[in-house]
Design a protein around this ligand. Structure first.
Ligand SMILES: Nc1ncnc2c1ncn2[C@@H]1O[C@H](COP(=O)(O)OP(=O)(O)OP(=O)(O)O)[C@@H](O)[C@H]1O
Length: 458
């Protein structure tokens, strides 16, 4: 396809002459006489490059440049100007125009400038494609779950994503905290700026301060050159501090100041650096307990805990397991080019009943493995890792296979729940505690199994 050029000049004759000359050089050119006409052309046809006259009587080249930057940032704009206005054209280049050409111009110069702009345009389009892909990946529709507890999470993301509020995500490992953090960022006004993640548990204490705040050249042995920290890299965007509970107490004061005042000194620097960074922190540890044990600063906790979100463990939203599992199945089967239609009811029941201590990550790994080993059209019980099945309370005689696994598992679950209710005189909070599940999870199971509240529990 020929590269398409839009020429905008109120002296329409000039625009047309240029257009003919460019067409002869292999371009597909349109000539229009005003900014409004240019906007229409941009809206209705394919345009790679815009050549706009700086001065036009109604809206000028500057207005058009700004509009294109807003709406079509991947289209480079070349400004055409009379010699007397070169200064203004230079200003427009500073404001983001690709280049300027001064009238009267040689057509070869124009073609050379367009060729350079096209290269840039291709790069911008590629960047945009990558960014769209990334945004698509973290759009929060990609956070799957329809259970009531998970809907609360989705609702909270909607509430908080538009603001700059610090978010504290609390939840077990593998529950999706990082995915939630990304969903908040990519749905916030900061989405075009970086999302920078730091796993505080994975970086040795001696390096963490420099990793976060950067250092000057020679600040310490080994600092052979200056390095920007993650705070500076996240400027304008979001800094995700994962495993904040593992942040050494020695760095917590500096972190608190950086969050509070949005300034910090890189190691070895005498001047402060100012940034504009939104913080999302995550932890699987109980920070309140850590405060009591003097392992976490209380002031930092309050600063982080502006908008707390509890990300539920998978066992508390067991009704989401089939949905998540089939999504993972589809994606892994596609990656491995395998034809798999789904799970057998028995395999699904086994997954729903397993408590998934590693949460969604563990489920994802389990499905991946099952997709690899599956030989039939559906994933069946033997395709699941043994631990998923062994995670179930064992049947009376493990060597005897049940004829109906679903019914067998339901029966086992039912008898344990009844036993727990009996031992706690029907007090569900205490029965849930005994069974190591939340009250909500127990309630769902009671409902699913049809255990009546007035049951005698025998
Ligand atoms: N609701 C969800 N829908 C789809 N995929 C999910 C969901 N929650 C988590 N995942 C997937 O599960 C995996 C673990 O999620 P993530 O890394 O966000 O968890 P985490 O809580 O940050 O874990 P850790 O505390 O161990 O860092 C990821 O591959 C993620 O894509």
């Amino acid at each position: 396809m020929k590269p398409s050029v839009l020429v905008v000049d109120d002296e329409i004759r000039l625009a047309e002459v240029l257009s003919v000359a460019l067409d002869e050089r292999g371009f597909d050119t349109q000539a229009v006489g005003s900014v409004q006409a240019a906007q229409e052309a941009l809206g209705s046809s394919h345009v790679d490059i815009v050549l706009a006259d700086l001065r036009m009587p109604d809206l000028g080249g500057r207005d058009l440049l700004h509009q294109i930057q807003e709406t079509r940032p991947d289209i480079p704009v070349i400004v055409m100007t009379a010699y007397a206005s070169v200064r203004d054209a230079v200003d427009l280049v500073k404001e983001g125009a690709f280049d300027y050409i001064s009238k009267p111009f040689e057509i070869d110069d124009v073609v050379a400038t367009i060729a350079r702009a096209l290269k840039l345009g291709e790069m911008l389009k590629e960047n945009r494609r990558l960014r769209d892909e990334l945004e698509e990946k973290y759009k929060f529709e990609n956070l799957s779950g329809q259970s009531a507890v998970f809907r609360i999470v989705l609702q909270q993301i909607t509430e908080v994503c538009g603001s700059r509020a610090t978010v504290l995500l609390e939840g077990e490992s593998g529950t999706g905290k990082e995915l939630v953090a990304r969903a908040i960022h990519y749905n916030s006004p900061r989405h075009l700026k970086p999302f920078v993640a730091v796993n505080c548990a994975a970086i040795p204490e001696a390096l963490l301060e420099s990793e976060l705040f950067g250092h000057t050249k020679g600040a310490f042995t080994g600092a052979v050159s200056a390095r920007e920290g993650r705070f500076a890299l996240a400027d304008g965007g979001t800094l995700f501090l994962d495993e904040i509970g593992d942040m050494p107490i020695s760095i917590q004061a500096k972190l608190l100041r950086a969050i509070q005042e949005q300034t910090f000194e890189p190691i070895g620097a005498s001047k402060s650096v100012s940034v504009d960074v939104r913080i999302i922190a995550a932890t699987h540890k109980n920070l309140r307990k850590m405060i009591k044990a003097q392992e976490f600063r209380e002031d930092l906790y309050y600063r982080l805990n502006i908008f707390p979100m509890a990300i539920p463990p998978l066992r508390d939203r067991a009704e989401d397991i089939p949905l998540l599992a089939s999504q993972f199945l589809r994606s892994f089967a596609q990656d491995m080019a395998k034809r798999l239609v789904g799970f057998t009811p028995a395999a699904e029941a086994a997954m729903v009943a397993y408590p998934w201590p590693g949460n969604v990550r563990e489920l994802q790994n389990c499905v991946q493995r099952a997709v690899i080993v599956a030989r039939g059209a559906s994933i069946d019980v033997p395709d699941l890792p043994r631990y998923v099945l062994e995670g179930q309370p064992k049947a009376n005689s493990p060597s005897k296979l049940p004829d109906d696994l679903d019914a067998e598992l339901a029966q086992i679950e039912r008898s344990f729940i009844l036993k727990a209710l009996r031992e706690t005189n029907g007090v569900q909070v205490r029965a849930a505690e005994r069974l190591g599940v939340t009250e909500r999870s127990l309630w769902h199971r009671i409902k699913k199994l049809g255990i009546r509240a007035d049951h005698s529990f025998d």
